[in-house]
Design a protein around this ligand. Structure first.
Ligand code: NAP
Length: 327
């Protein structure tokens, strides 16, 4: 790909496209919001006008198959990721698909099979692995700042905007395990440098059929654990503690850190506080990397083919355990 801007196509008029992806695309530089396609022409036109997207297309397929689109951003609900991502990959586009990549292991396997033989890469939109904060946490752990990491305490809570939110729709793979638990699983797999071996979990189910809260543990090799609470019933926060044999690290927001968010390293009586968030939109480092990778300036990192299946398997383990707990 040449020096010209990477032209992005967007499938749907999602909030996260408006509030997360597009401000970051503007901040990252090197790319353009070329086209958006949606299910409703009027809504799509309005979205394009409000957000500076150059072209309005009539469908997701039209975005995926437009010869002028280089990369497709897929911000549809979780249960609608697989079909569009496959469509875009098969049309020869690079793809940034929202997390979780798919709603289950079978869909994930289908998508990754296509991604393996595709000409352009696929990323699952976990942006925190590209953040400076994550590099600092990995450095602290590698340098033995808290000894050996033994346990991660992950809480990730939020209130959906309304009962009509896609997160209450089981057929769209809603619920907090898919929506935010996936972050904690991705983080723990990264920090533990291994895949979980077991899950023990208990769900609170919403009348709509999705989990409304999930509590439990994920076990990693070496008797190390993530203890988790993911919920749509409590106010928004993603406070996380990393407990080591020699101390602990407290993170106010491991996934989308702002300038006021902190890494606290606590060893005995000593507390070191690091401001590790950034003023730029949190998607920007990931988008910048994708642009550089598509131009051949950086080796692609954190690709879905390498990292997505472990998350899908762990999510399924959590659900299986929660269902077993009820029989
Ligand atoms: N990485 C992150 O930080 C982050 C943060 C928040 C959300 N997300 C992810 O982003 C995705 C979208 O979340 P959101 O909160 O932005 O959702 P949202 O505002 O409800 O938007 C979803 C969009 O998908 C399209 N869509 C296609 N099929 C649909 C269906 N059956 N029902 C409803 N909408 C449908 C709609 O666009 P049209 O009708 O215009 O086609 C809709 O605007 C999810 O996968 C979520 O997990 C990621």
């Amino acid at each position: 790909m040449t020096e010209q801007k990477i032209r992005w196509g967007i499938t749907g008029t999602a909030r996260i496209a408006r509030d997360g992806f597009l401000p970051a695309l503007r901040a990252a530089g090197g790319g353009a919001a070329y086209a958006v396609g949606g299910r409703d022409p009027e809504r799509t036109r309005h979205f394009a006008a409000e957000n500076g997207v150059q072209h309005v297309l009539e469908s997701y397929r039209a975005v995926c198959e437009d010869p002028d689109v280089d990369a497709v951003y897929v911000p549809t609900p979780n249960g609608v990721h697989a079909e569009i991502t496959i469509m875009a990959l098969e049309a020869g586009k690079a793809v940034l698909c929202e997390k979780p990549l798919c709603g289950n292991v079978d869909q994930t396997a289908n998508v990754l099979k296509v991604a393996h033989r595709s000409v352009r890469p696929l990323w699952e939109a976990f942006v925190f692995p590209f953040h400076d904060q994550t590099r600092q946490i990995l450095d602290l752990l590698a340098n033995g700042a808290i000894g050996t990491l033994m346990q991660i305490d992950s809480s990730f809570h939020f209130h959906p905007e309304s009962r009509n939110d896609v997160r209450y729709r089981p057929e769209l793979a809603g619920g907090p395990t898919q929506d935010v638990g996936c972050y904690a699983i991705r983080l723990s797999r990264l920090l533990m440098s291994s895949e979980p071996e077991m899950a023990l979990s208990k769900a609170v189910w919403a009348p709509e059929g999705v989990d409304e809260e999930m509590n439990g543990i994920l076990g990693f090799p070496g008797n190390r654990y993530m203890v988790f609470s993911w919920s749509m019933r409590m106010p928004g926060q993603s406070f996380t503690r990393l407990l080591g044999t020699g101390g602990e690290i407290r993170l106010t927001n491991p996934y989308h850190a702002r300038t006021t968010d902190t890494i606290e390293v606590i060893v005995g009586e000593d507390t070191q506080t690091i401001l590790a968030g950034s003023a730029e939109p949190t998607f920007a480092p990931c988008i910048r990397h994708i642009h550089a990778a598509l131009r051949g300036e950086e080796e692609p990192r954190h690709l879905a083919v390498d990292e997505a299946m472990g998350n899908a398997v762990a999510i399924e383990m959590v659900f299986e355990s929660a269902r077993r707990a009820e029989t």
